[in-house]
Structure formats: C-alpha cells, structure tokens
Design a protein around this ligand. Structure first.
Ligand code: 3NM
Length: 233
C-alpha cells in the first residue's frame, strides 16, 4: 500500500475503536437550549460531561454560524478534557471548522458517502434511522460508524420526526445491527430499563438531560443503569 492508504486505514481503525468504546454503556447527550431552563448549552454540556456523558452532540438550528462556531469550539474543548466524543449535527462544515470528532446526519441530509468523502477517514459519521430497512441500508453501504435508532417513544423535541417506531425497532437493532447504535426519542429515566432490557447499550436523550434540574445527577444515574445492563451481558 501507499503511505496515504496506510494512514487512512489506521485512521479508520482508530475511529471505529473510539466509537465502539464510547457507545458500549454510554450516555449520548444532545444540546437543546430551548429546553435548558435558561441555561446555556456550554454550561449544560459541562454538567453532562461531569455526570459521565461519553458522547455530546451539538444540535443547533437557529444561531448564526459565528455563534455556533464559538459555542461548538468551547464544547469541543470540554469534550477533549473529559475524553468524550464530540459530534456536530447536520452542519458538516461546522464539524470540520471546529475539528469535531464526528458529524451526525439525518435521512434527508447529505448522502453519507459524500459526507465521508468530505470529512475523510478520521472523522466519525453517524446517521439517524427510523426503521429496519434504513438500518439495513446504512450497514450495507458501509460508510457510517453508528446509527440512531428511533424515535422509540413519542417526542416533541424533533419537529420533523416520524411517528414513534417503538421498542420493536430496538429489539430488531439488538438482533441484527452489527455496528454501534444508539436508541433515541422520548427516552427518560423511567422508561430506560425497557430500552436496555431489549439490548440497547447506548441511549441518547435530549429533554430528559438538558431539562433536568440536576443535569450531573441525571446523567450519572442513567449511566450507572446503562452500565449495569451492559455488565449483565
Ligand atoms: N432524533 P427527546 S428523536 C433528535 O428518532 C432526535 O432520530 C430522533 O428528544 C430520531 O429525548 C429526537 O427529548 C429527539 O425525546 C429526541
């Protein structure tokens, strides 16, 4: 192989190891300032990291590029301190600009092959999926590092999201999906066990985390529960 090909393969291998580690018993926190009780994204994500979040996604649709750049950079620095993965939602250019660990896209965003081509072998690419057919396609295309599985329960956080796909899709993912995946959509502390019981080992939450009075305590409890399920096998 040429030296660049070796470098690319190594970068890809390191990337997959990092994702596998973060997602195995991980809590995936996502920003949403409108549900954060007047607290800023940076403060809320700092508390989530203190509580043990392993993946942080910067999800922002309203702010200017400059404001997103400043905020995302600050959160990226925090994630490095805590050894957590930092992922930017939708905005590939912002992810590159702030040297995020990864970028997360939805079904209606850029094709994942194009995202991979632009970000290169070193960056994590995640994709939202809303049913077995999309999961299968994502795995077969072989481009993404992980998929989102949801919405498991009803949620009003994502405006354009489809109807809940339910726990059946979680069960399907446990059986069939051979890349890291994260359950998302309406997951709360009180329904967490139902999701983990079916095999989820990484859970993403928006309102349950950012809307918690005690973000740190919330994430810590959720992480302990998810890790407990992982240890049980
Ligand atoms: N993506 P909450 S559901 C951002 O199914 C997002 O892909 C989803 O928010 C998907 O935890 C969702 O507050 C919103 O229900 C999840």
């Amino acid at each position: 192989y040429g030296v660049y090909e070796v470098e690319g393969r190594l970068a890809g291998w390191l990337r997959r190891v990092r994702v596998a580690r973060a997602f195995d018993g991980g809590v995936y926190a996502i920003t949403a300032e409108e549900y954060s009780r007047g607290r800023g994204n940076l403060r809320v994500m700092r508390e989530a990291l203190e509580g043990g979040a392993r993946i942080v996604q910067y999800r922002e649709k309203e702010k200017s590029y400059r404001a997103m750049y400043e905020e995302a950079r600050a959160i990226r620095e925090l994630c490095r301190e805590y050894g957590a993965l930092f992922v930017v939602n939708d905005h590939v250019e912002l992810a590159l600009m702030v040297e995020a660990d990864g970028v997360h896209v939805g079904q209606d965003d850029w094709p994942v092959e194009e995202v991979r081509r632009v970000v290169g072998p070193g960056m994590v690419v995640g994709l939202s999926t809303h049913g077995p057919a999309q999961a299968q396609e994502a795995v077969e295309r072989g481009v993404v590092d992980y998929i989102g599985v949801g919405p498991v329960f009803p949620t009003s956080t994502k405006k354009d999201v489809c109807a809940p796909v339910g726990l059946e899709y979680v069960a399907y993912a446990s059986r069939e999906v051979r890349i890291p995946w994260v359950a998302i959509g309406g997951i709360k502390e009180h329904n967490l066990d139902a999701v983990c019981e079916l095999g989820a080992r990484c859970v993403a939450m928006v309102t349950e985390i950012v809307g918690a009075e005690d973000v740190r305590g919330k994430v810590r409890r959720v992480r302990e529960r998810v890790e407990g399920w992982r240890e049980r096998g």
